[in-house]
Design a protein. Structure first.
Length: 420
């Protein structure tokens, strides 16, 4: 074959490969939202989806919030579980229903306690241990920034002695998001407020979308949204797959190739659900790496520290003792066991500004840490047993507070970890 013939053969082969990869990508993209393509940069939001979100979850200040009196169900590996929101907007607490409350909990889904029934949440179990009604104002997928805004709203209406802020280490990433879609691909409804640090002061940026009309016309503010979202340039665009497809696949081979392999193998073996979980685990690990980078970034640590100080000052302004609780996700324990201590040194540094309880060591010391979590469609959350471990750990620290012994909180971060 002549040189020209070889060149033509190579070009034809590359063209076939490119076309095949594109068809496969489009096929799997329809079933796996974490494979993103150029249209995902500014996707159209379905009108029916907008209306459903506005009526069931939307909050113009916080981003999203379940309304008082609402109910719901979650699917888990052990079957369905249910939750309810009480008239105060807190998760239903069947242990001390209707009694006065000295403790309020804020934070993310590990505060809300996804994937367990109302009676099995750690705030409910803690209520039983302390004989005190604990109001749980946690909200799924909140960052520390949103949880602080929620706390300010609720403490204006509910006096409390102790304000517990419970978050996962990934909150470091969440406080850098302005549109969750650019970190959690496909989460297109979740616009949120965020803070930045300018001249050593926190600057508040209200969310870009506050009405149905804003949802429909969000593209008019797309430049601002992309500017305020840390992940658009640093994560979303590098993960986006466009022409030439093969080049983009190779550019991020350690993410794209394993995902496509799991999905293709699942299709060939008719075991799609297991394949989806394995592909999703690739996403979780890559997101954890992105979060870890933020813990080594000085501007990112500065923002997190400023928000912790804001939490502490806000609680004190309402006469409450602020306590920050860190609960690890399974990926955090996995990284710890593999030698990646992403956040604990930083948490030690900020412990001088807040009463800190980091439960990472407590979870690592469990004989069977796998029992601490339960699987669901949105990833693992703490199981009933894991919630019991959290409740028992916090009871040792909060009991003296309820007896009026606030001086017991004037101890080091190491002291807290040993108590926990």
């Amino acid at each position: 074959m002549t040189a020209a013939g070889w060149i033509i053969a190579i070009l034809v082969t590359l063209a076939i490969l490119e076309h095949t990869c594109w068809l496969l990508l489009r096929h799997f993209r329809s079933k796996f939202q974490w494979l993103i393509m150029p249209a995902d940069t500014a996707p159209k939001i379905n009108e029916a989806l907008i209306q459903k979100y506005l009526s069931g979850s939307f909050d113009a200040e916080l981003g999203w919030l379940r309304p008082p009196g609402s109910q719901g169900q979650d699917k888990t590996q052990n079957g369905p579980v249910s939750f309810a929101i009480d008239p105060h907007g807190a998760r239903h607490n069947p242990v001390q229903k209707g009694s006065s409350s000295q403790i309020a909990v804020f934070g993310d889904s590990y505060a809300f306690c996804r994937l367990v029934n109302d009676k099995d949440t750690w705030p409910c179990q803690l209520s039983q241990l302390l004989g005190n009604n604990i109001r749980n104002f946690g909200v799924g997928n909140y960052g520390l920034d949103q949880a602080c805004l929620r706390m300010n709203r609720e403490l204006e209406k509910n006096s409390t002695q102790i304000a517990v802020m419970c978050i996962v280490p990934e909150s470091m990433a969440r406080i850098h998001s302005y549109w969750k879609h650019y970190f959690e691909y496909g989460n297109i409804l979740s616009f949120k407020p965020r803070y930045t640090v300018e001249n050593d002061s926190l600057v508040y940026h209200p969310q870009a979308v506050k009405s149905a009309e804003d949802f429909r016309n969000y593209r008019e503010n797309l430049e601002t949204i992309q500017h305020l979202d840390e992940f658009f340039h640093n994560k979303f665009l590098p993960d986006l797959i466009a022409f030439p497809v093969t080049w983009h696949l190779l550019r991020r081979w350690n993410r794209h190739i394993p995902i496509l392999w799991h999905l293709a193998y699942g299709a060939m073996t008719n075991n799609r659900e297991t394949a989806r979980k394995k592909a999703f685990n690739v996403v979780i690990r890559n997101n954890a790496k992105a979060t870890a980078k933020l813990y080594s970034s000085e501007p990112s640590k500065k923002l997190f520290s400023a928000l912790v100080n804001h939490f502490s000052k806000t609680a004190h302004n309402f006469g409450a003792v602020p306590i920050l609780v860190i609960v690890p996700q399974p990926i955090d324990l996995e990284r710890q066991e593999n030698g990646f201590d992403d956040y604990r040194e930083f948490m030690n540094q900020i412990s001088s500004n807040v009463h800190l309880i980091d439960l990472t060591e407590t979870f690592l010391k469990q004989k069977e840490p796998g029992h601490l979590y339960i699987e669901g469609p949105l990833g693992p959350h703490v199981s009933t047993y894991g919630n019991q471990v959290i409740a028992e750990s916090l009871a040792k620290i909060l009991q003296p507070l309820l007896r009026g012994q606030k001086d017991n909180l004037n101890k080091s971060h190491e002291g807290y970890n040993s108590c926990a």
